[in-house]
Design a protein around this ligand. Structure first.
Ligand SMILES: Nc1nc2c(ncn2[C@@H]2O[C@H](COP(=O)(O)OP(=O)(O)O)[C@@H](O)[C@H]2O)c(=O)[nH]1
Ligand SMILES: [Mg+2]
Length: 101
């Protein structure tokens, strides 16, 4: 069902894949990312609750996410926090560029 949507939805401009920054991506996260690549959907990874990790912890955890999802070179990841607002402007700009291109 999701795959059909990604493939056929004409108005879909892109997908923000939200991942809790503290967790190793699940099998479903991996499958979703593979579909996004396969169907060439513009994709941003949003690492949520980033305020919960130190910079050092995040740099390690980013490695885990990159490896586990086999992120394509240049794949955009936005560290994001609803608590502090980190990443909000960057994400909004990107969504705006998708919608208004
Ligand atoms: N510290 C912190 N807590 C958050 C953040 N975003 C959501 N939460 C809290 O995490 C809990 C679950 O929130 P939700 O948005 O449903 O996140 P999800 O279920 O993990 O995708 C709630 O108590 C939120 O207030 C964040 O950026 N930082
Ligand atoms: Mg929730």
């Amino acid at each position: 069902m999701i795959e059909g949507y990604l493939k056929n939805r004409e108005s879909l401009k892109g997908v923000a894949l939200l991942l809790d920054c503290r967790h190793t991506p699940t099998a479903q996260d991996k499958q979703m990312y593979q579909w996004l690549i396969h169907y060439q959907v513009p994709t941003v990874i949003v690492a949520t609750k980033i305020d919960k990790l130190s910079n050092n912890q995040w740099s390690k955890q980013q490695g885990v996410i990159k490896k586990s999802l086999s992120l394509t070179p240049g794949q955009q990841i936005i560290p994001f926090s609803a608590e502090t607002g980190r990443g909000k402007d960057e994400l909004l700009l990107l969504l705006d560029s998708w919608v208004n291109e």
